[in-house]
Design a protein around this ligand. Sequence first.
Ligand SMILES: Cc1cc2nc3c(=O)[nH]c(=O)nc-3n(C[C@H](O)[C@H](O)[C@H](O)COP(=O)(O)OP(=O)(O)OC[C@H]3O[C@@H](n4cnc5c(N)ncnc54)[C@H](O)[C@@H]3O)c2cc1C
Length: 294
Amino acid sequence: MTKSIEDFGEILQRDESLAPYTWLQLGGRAEYLLTPGTEDQLLQVVRCCLEHDIPIRILGGGSNVLVSDDGVRGAVIRIAEPLLSNVTVTDESLTAGGGALLSYAVSEAVRAQLAGLESLVGIPGTIGGAVLGNAGSRHGDIGELIKSVSVLNRQGKIVERTGDELVFSYRQCSLDDVLVLSATLQLKSDPSSELTRRMRKNWIMKRATQPLADQSAGCIFRNPRGLSAGALIEQCGLKGMTSGQARISERHANFIVTEKGATCHDVDQLISRIQSAVSEKFGVDLELEICRWS
Ligand SMILES: Cc1cc2nc3c(=O)[nH]c(=O)nc-3n(C[C@H](O)[C@H](O)[C@H](O)COP(=O)(O)OP(=O)(O)OC[C@H]3O[C@@H](n4cnc5c(N)ncnc54)[C@H](O)[C@@H]3O)c2cc1C
């Protein structure tokens, strides 16, 4: 007999708040929150949801999601350590599980004297989240390095997608599968001390310009072509504006930071005010970069 979602008793929580699992620390409940302990359990859970038409959302590090106060229907499947967190280096390639922290992959690459990932230093979250959103900085993004990605497709089968099959653009990837199981990256040998120096420099720059110690979800808006969303918001004089327990960061205007008790409604209010102000002053429509779950 096929399993129903209720059969995953020991890893299933019903009506569970998602706030503790997101960097913004806010939002409503998931109808089902599942935290598989092994890859086998993970595959079984996803296949069960596919079979029973239960909507699936994958939660990695939670550093790029804004969850509605009303919560979400269906299953949220959390990829939490040690699930899918292996990182291995062979010659000039690095393979990381979808649940491995991007920061761990960066440090393993640099330790193995392999260049390519150091521009992503300081970006929170997992490899799965980084692939889905083509995480990057002005010096490069993860998509440029992808050799192949192992995924679970919508038919519940594990398949390999090569880098050539995928299209990566600014904070976007063409993948339409349910789950990133692992990614293999093509790096380049660099035995010089330059590599560590570059990584440190990128990290210092990031720390100096972004509110990394605060609760946030990274940049809220995508940069319009040739423009900086942060600069537009700053020029509207919106830095420091608050709504409830959410605030537009004084350090970087494209970050909304939250305090204890903040709600998604607080963040939505700031998002609307920013969009109206930027549209009025510059005629530019800002689009969300964060993933809004509702
Ligand atoms: C302080 C701060 C600084 C940041 N700086 C940057 C930056 O410089 N550059 C940048 O690009 N981003 C930045 N971000 C945003 C964020 O860290 C990245 O988008 C990150 O890659 C998200 O990874 P995650 O595991 O937290 O994903 P989550 O937030 O958990 O999920 C994001 C999306 O990815 C999907 N997803 C996650 N894991 C998987 C998986 N295994 N399989 C399929 N889908 C999956 C989710 O369903 C969701 O749609 C920053 C965020 C913060 C809080």
